[in-house]
Design a binder for this molecule. Structure first.
Ligand code: C2E
Ligand code: CA
Ligand code: CA
Ligand code: CA
Length: 279
């Protein structure tokens, strides 16, 4: 009986520790979202498959905290969603991406569209369009220099409500990509109803290329369908020359992965990837 109680106490101390840490991290994230401290964007190139020249760039959120160190967006984005911080965080990040584009233009650098990721809560917030229009106007940035990435689950949960919103975003001038394509839903028929421009094939398919026949078959089917429906196709997570070579057999327009370029801080990205315009 005595021992049982000790076990319980240990267990409960452990739980308290975890809960304490989770709470501390939530508080830290709340502070970061309020102040902007430690939050930044890294930029990963998206290149043309055939000659590896720059076509666009994806903005990826980074959070660095004095106690927690570098926290992965795979952890702090879901935390922000749970804590009701995602709309504020998303607004901060969208503002950063737009300001960065403005800065690059002002420096006379050749602009390429920046893709920003929108989480479910961001996409469904009531004033997304107003917010986006305001930020673009404030920084005098053409909407064509901002693209939007959404996952299948965000779109398909409320497909009928999503369509008018997607149409408005495209009318504004933003291209829309479906992110992590192939991981969410088994049915492809919804594709013909969604007003989107780009499919980003999830990296799990690219990584199994050459290992399994079925992933080659899936890739052939998906890229073939995408071409029929006039979508652009981006292959995500290309890490090796062998994968790059294997992709030559499919109608893939763009490639994004560690092989062709890692995510970099804005200044490093510009130095490595953005040339000057000739006046
Ligand atoms: P994602 O949108 O699918 O972004 C691609 C992720 O794959 C990034 O991870 C990128 O660094 C990583 N990656 C790129 N190339 C390769 C490769 O060749 N191999 C491998 N193994 N990985 C590669 P990251 O930056 O850690 O972001 C993880 C996820 O967090 C993103 O996945 C996205 O879902 C979310 N996220 C990141 N930034 C934001 C943001 O600003 N807003 C929202 N809502 N979500 C974000
Ligand atoms: Ca993405
Ligand atoms: Ca992705
Ligand atoms: Ca992902």
């Amino acid at each position: 009986k005595q021992e049982g109680r000790n076990d319980y106490r240990l267990y409960s101390q452990d739980m308290n520790h975890q809960q304490h840490r989770a709470l501390a991290m939530e508080t830290a994230l709340r502070d970061a979202v309020e102040s902007g401290d430690g939050l930044s964007l890294h930029y990963q190139p998206q290149v043309h498959r055939h000659d590896r020249t720059l076509a666009g760039v994806e903005a990826l959120a980074r959070w660095q905290h004095p106690d927690f160190g570098r926290v992965s967006p795979a952890d702090f984005i879901p935390l922000a969603e749970r804590a009701g911080l995602m709309v504020a965080l998303g607004r901060t990040l969208l503002g950063q991406a737009i300001r960065q584009q403005r800065h690059w233009l002002d420096q006379g650098l050749v602009p390429v569209p920046v893709s920003v990721n929108l989480s479910a809560q961001q996409f469904w917030q009531h004033d997304l369009l107003v917010q986006l229009r305001q930020l673009l106007a404030e920084h005098q940035l053409p909407a064509g220099l901002i693209n939007i990435e959404l996952t299948e689950s965000v779109l398909l949960d409320k497909q009928q409500q999503a369509i008018p919103l997607l149409n408005s975003l495209r009318e504004l001038g933003c291209a829309i990509a479906i992110d992590d394509f192939g991981t969410g839903y088994s049915s492809l028929s919804y594709l013909q109803d969604l007003p989107v421009d780009v499919l980003k094939i999830d990296r799990s398919f690219i990584q199994r290329l050459g290992e399994s026949r079925s992933s080659a078959a899936i890739l052939a089917a998906v890229t073939g369908l995408a071409r029929e429906l006039a979508f652009h196709v981006v292959a995500e997570g290309v890490e090796t020359e062998a994968q790059m070579q294997a992709l030559e057999r499919y109608p893939v327009d763009l490639v994004q992965g560690y092989l062709t370029g890692r995510p970099l801080p804005a200044s490093d990205f510009a130095a490595l990837w953005l040339g000057k315009t000739r006046h």
